[in-house]
Design a protein around this ligand. Structure first.
Ligand SMILES: *Cc1c(COP(=O)(O)O)cnc(C)c1O
Length: 364
């Protein structure tokens, strides 16, 4: 890892840490954040760690008007022996560059960004909660902050990393959720920005989510934007179906976000010699599998929940109750294995964990 000269200004006003038992996702932030600036012709510069604080932006900043912004999401864990563990962070930096490319924004140096991240976490490591299921959520993001009301790529950007201690997704253990198959709204189309982690995708999804909420469903299952026939993904999770012993997930097609959890699940399944397929899968096929009793399990995958079993799928009023609305054995096994690797309760045979070392501790 390249090391980066970062100016560090520590706060003398440390916040009180929240109670780890009652943490709400995304509500608490640590004492410091990372910031870097980009100017056309000069590149990324002025890398710094500063006290966490509101930022000042020109009201004409391009990000407010034309949505040039991308983000990432990953987690840091504290292992039983107190070391800090990051799960595949280089994958997030790689994906951030794909998103940046799609939005005509300048790429970051993945190595330097990783180094900045580890320096920030080293400073904030006391913020990593240790209660089971908790972690430190990491949110890197880039915004266009040039003041200009023209529709063209900005010449000025800022890269931030903020940190948020988060609670267990499952307060009462892993349990299934109800999902509404979305027949009216679409999330993304091929050629659009569905494959990038960019703000507009999520703003565009809120209306469908609102309707699902009112009907008592946790999330929507997005279908393809053209025929509304093929399955894409769920909210901010990728989706898997176990049909007659084979695990199927939609292939990456340009409109689906390629999750790092998805990639890791596929790796684990192949490692365990469980048949897997990445291909197009239609709602008709899922209904047929349900009708003939071969739809064994359905689950979503993403950084926040890791694995989220689906207990009911509602497709236009046709309700499919999966595995008696109970967490299936495969979903449970994947959840246990992945979370044990992440937290250090189990060996990491795949080289997925970046463990923060004492060298960096000295820097901080
Ligand atoms: C982030 C995200 C995912 C899951 O990606 P992970 O890397 O597994 O967290 C899936 N779908 C969407 C739309 C997302 O934003």
């Amino acid at each position: 890892m390249k090391s980066l000269p970062i100016q560090i200004k520590l706060t003398d006003n440390r916040k009180e840490k929240p109670n780890p038992e009652t943490l709400i996702f995304g509500r608490n932030f640590t004492d410091h954040m990372f910031v870097a600036d980009y100017d056309e012709g000069k590149g990324w510069h002025s890398h710094r760690i500063v006290p966490y604080a509101p930022v000042s932006l020109d009201p004409a900043s391009i990000v407010f008007h034309y949505g040039q912004t991308v983000f990432e999401g990953l987690k840091a864990y504290k292992s039983p022996n107190g070391t800090v563990r990051l799960f595949r962070p280089e994958e997030n930096m790689k994906r951030m560059n794909l998103s940046l490319d799609r939005l005509c924004m300048p790429r970051i140096d993945e190595d330097l960004a990783l180094n900045a991240l580890t320096q920030l976490i080293q400073i904030e490591k006391d913020w990593i909660p240790t209660v089971e299921g908790t972690s430190l959520y990491i949110r890197p993001f880039v915004i266009a902050n040039e003041a200009f009301l023209g529709v063209s790529p900005a010449k000025k950007y800022q890269f931030y990393i903020i940190l948020s201690p988060v609670g267990s997704y499952y307060k009462e253990g892993i349990h299934p959720v109800k999902i509404l198959v979305e027949n009216e709204f679409v999330r993304a189309v091929k050629g659009g920005t569905g494959g990038a982690k960019t703000a507009g995708n999520y703003a565009a999804g809120l209306k469908a989510q609102e309707v699902a909420d009112q009907k008592g469903y946790a999330q929507v299952l997005w279908l393809d934007g053209v025929e509304k026939k093929y399955v894409e993904e769920v909210g901010s999770m990728n989706i898997f179906f176990k049909i007659n012993g084979e695990v199927v997930t939609p292939a990456i097609n340009g409109s689906i976000l390629e999750g790092i959890t998805r990639k890791s699940i596929l790796h684990l399944l192949r490692h365990w010699n469980i048949p897997v397929a990445e291909r197009q899968i239609s709602m008709d096929e899922i209904r047929d599998a349900y009708d003939n009793g071969t739809l064994e399990e359905v689950f979503g995958t993403g950084t926040a929940a890791v694995i989220s079993p689906v207990g009911e799928l509602n497709w236009d009023g046709y309700k499919m109750v999966v595995n008696h609305n109970e967490t299936g054995p495969l979903a449970r096994q994947l959840f246990n294995t992945l979370t044990n690797i992440q937290t250090g309760n189990e060996e990491d045979p795949f080289g997925w964990i970046l463990q923060l070392n004492n060298e960096l501790a000295k820097l901080a």
